[in-house]
Ligand binder design. Sequence first.
Ligand SMILES: [Zn+2]
Length: 559
Amino acid sequence: MKLSNMFFKTFREDPANAEINSHKLLVRAGYIKQLGNGIFTYLPMGLKVLEKIKNIIREEMNAKGAIELQMPILLPQEIYANRIQTFGNTMYKLQDSTGKDYCLGPTHEEPFTFLVKESINSYKQLPITLYQIQNKYRDEIRARFGLQRAKEFIMKDAYSYDTSVENLDKSFGKMKDAYTNIFTRLGLDFVPVEADNGVMGGAGSIEFMVKADIGEDEIIVCDCGYGANTEKAECVFEQVDNSSVERKEKELVHTPNTKTIEELTEFLQVSKDNFLKAVVYSTDKGVAVALVRGDRDVEEVKLQNNLGAISMEMATPEQIISIGSVAGFVGALNLKDCIVVADNDVKNMVNFVIGANKQDYHYVNANLEDLNINYFADIKKMRAGDKCPRCGGIVRTVRGIEVGHIFKLGTRYSKALECKYLDENGKEQYMIMGCYGIGVSRTFSALVEQNCDEKGIVWPEIVAPYKIEIVVANNKDELQKSVANDLYEKLIDSKDEILLDDRNESFGVKLNDAELIGVPYIVIVGRGAKDGVVEFIKRSTLEKVEVAIDDLVTKFKNM
Ligand SMILES: [Zn+2]
């Protein structure tokens, strides 16, 4: 492709509201253009990268026997009847001229399951894994970070249908391997992490996280290979023998103007871990009080799963009064009409500080015997420095961008949608499902987050829009132009992998653009052209060498 013929424009300035490198650079380098908040056009070079990512995904999915098809984006709303509430305002709803309700597909479990239900009736036709690469829609109020969190985005979504839990494990394992291959081939630094399955979920869930400081998720990792998000990470509990420590008598203390733990511990001259923190939630199972050591946080997903609650939110001050306490001074003494769950760590606490259920009062020297606890459980959030549940080593935290998620669904959808098959005995059984997503547009931007420098994007070769960019240093120099054209003709192939910058721009502009758009190899045809020599720059290191044109051609023909 000759840049003079290309639909292409670069920008020196970052786009307004762009907060992260991938958003800034993809817009500046002319890969994408924003059409509206959270809606983007893929410009010609962006489309080339996108197609390469899609093809790697396809190759690895097909290698595992998954079969591609394409579902519509416009879908009758009624097929989502079972969970339309769950989507709430995030679903784009619309009507046709007859008043029939439609939506723009947010995710495709239902359409796939209806298709399989109507097409498959015997165990002989199973297992099957179907997938598509398709646009998805979510009415994000806070669309931000460019392709990271958009209203229209591209997903690869796959759904497996099996006859048993053991077979689902096999289908799930194949997809795990496919995902590992995909993200490895893309050259991403990623980590698969155990994720929460939700109260309604099946028996397994793994998120594929690309490590990036701008990532919205915090993940726990260990050198042994263990990875989990904090919603799932299981804290190790070690009982401390403190039986010889003298238990003191609890004492009511006036603690005015101590709204925060910091103020309280300062006032009482105790450390945070000697304070028992109580957090009150309103759930569909009733009011729940979670107790954790003062220096730790409640992991709400772990707590919610433990309670078996479908919904959970912070309790109101009125609800706190209704259990016999007052906001800011909750202690687990003589509370009524609530469930009290304490983190395992609390078992090791002695002579601690708790709220006295009375405005401006705490107890000091409280002990477990003073409390009413329904049960102990692992409900605290794991953090860096904690023990690894797998190897006992010390875990670290990193930030990550979720690019893939594989999930064992079990019979959740097949039961709801009556998706059955006939087994060997001619008996009706529900199909066992798994679902497997990759955020394709999100992977696109994650690639840029991990592959850029202060000059621009540095594409890994496998997804770069072009392999080589040839730059004519001086367009007024006919010899340079003809040498560059000649080189272009020698290198060009059917795959359109060579870019020639023959625009009537200054050398400075062309070099800046080349570094910004990030093609892996840049060849400058300048003054040396008359001697058959060009300058060869490796974009990743910006290392420059002079090479003979003939050697260059041979080298690239052999690549
Ligand atoms: Zn470990």
